[in-house]
Design a protein around this ligand. Structure first.
Ligand code: UDP
Length: 240
């Protein structure tokens, strides 16, 4: 964050390097029910990010000491494939992917009706096959669609997107260069119905005013992501 970068992120006309306006998302497509062997699944393309998610469960929770007598637990695993980034990621779990798995589990536990399934586990496996910044938001966005596709009752879907700061300006949905060399990155997940925040992290620095602007921009971004999530489910299941 904040490293050396010799180009301008925003040109004189106010456009970003990839032609977007400051408050514009990268193109986002979501499909529900793409994997035969999972109970629920989704595939998402967001800019150059590509993410698969498969859900299994509810099943009996193992190991048993992790069981909760009054509810299910969500076990989300986030993995970046070795070929998902330009300099080959070492295969397997690392601290970053463990942390992202936990964040996604906690965010989903806020919306899934876990109290309906005592002692159970709901497994959410996420494979990022191409990673170009914003993959935790992409993974969480894909995950709640896959949970819904599994027919597991939820209070709401969980849309997520990041905002941040480049060239001193607040922008929505950072691309790879903006994420790596920008001044701040604020991944958020906000439920549009209640504006409840179920994921928030921050890297870099924002003034209180910039934070407010970034937060409001993320709420608007999450509303757009939410419509695309709903469309994916409507295309598969019909309905309004
Ligand atoms: N990245 C990478 N190798 C890693 C981790 C991340 O090349 O081991 C890249 C990848 O493109 C990722 C980006 O850096 O999307 C930003 O990573 P960050 O940890 O900020 O998470 P993200 O923005 O993807 O949620």
């Amino acid at each position: 964050m904040g490293g050396k970068f010799d180009k301008e992120f925003i040109d004189k006309k106010g456009k970003r390097m990839d032609g977007r306006a400051p408050n514009e998302l990268r193109p986002l497509k979501i499909e529900a029910g793409v994997l035969d062997e999972a109970d629920g699944s989704s595939y998402l393309e967001w800019g150059n990010n590509k993410v698969y998610c498969g859900v299994f469960g509810p099943i009996e929770c193992h190991p048993r000491h992790k069981q909760k007598p009054d509810r299910a637990i969500i076990q989300a695993r986030y993995n970046m494939a070795p070929f998902s980034v330009d300099d080959r990621k070492r295969p397997g779990l690392d601290r970053r992917s463990t942390e992202i798995g936990l964040l996604i589990s906690e965010a989903l536990e806020r919306v899934v009706m876990v109290e309906k399934y005592p002692k159970a586990a709901i497994r959410v496996d996420i494979q990022v096959v191409e990673a170009h910044a914003g993959t935790r938001c992409a993974a969480l966005t894909a995950a709640s669609v896959a949970v819904a596709d599994a027919g597991i009752p939820m209070k709401d879907l969980v849309p997520s997107c990041a905002t941040g700061k480049v060239d001193g300006k607040v922008v929505l949905d950072l691309n790879k260069e903006e994420d790596n060399f920008g001044e701040a990155d604020l991944p958020l997940a906000v439920l549009p119905s209640t504006e409840e925040v179920v994921l928030m992290q921050m890297d870099g620095e924002l003034t209180p005013e910039e934070f407010e602007e970034a937060f409001d921009m993320a709420i608007e971004g999450c509303k757009q992501v939410y419509e695309i999530q709903r469309d994916a489910l409507k295309r598969k299941y019909g309905g309004k």
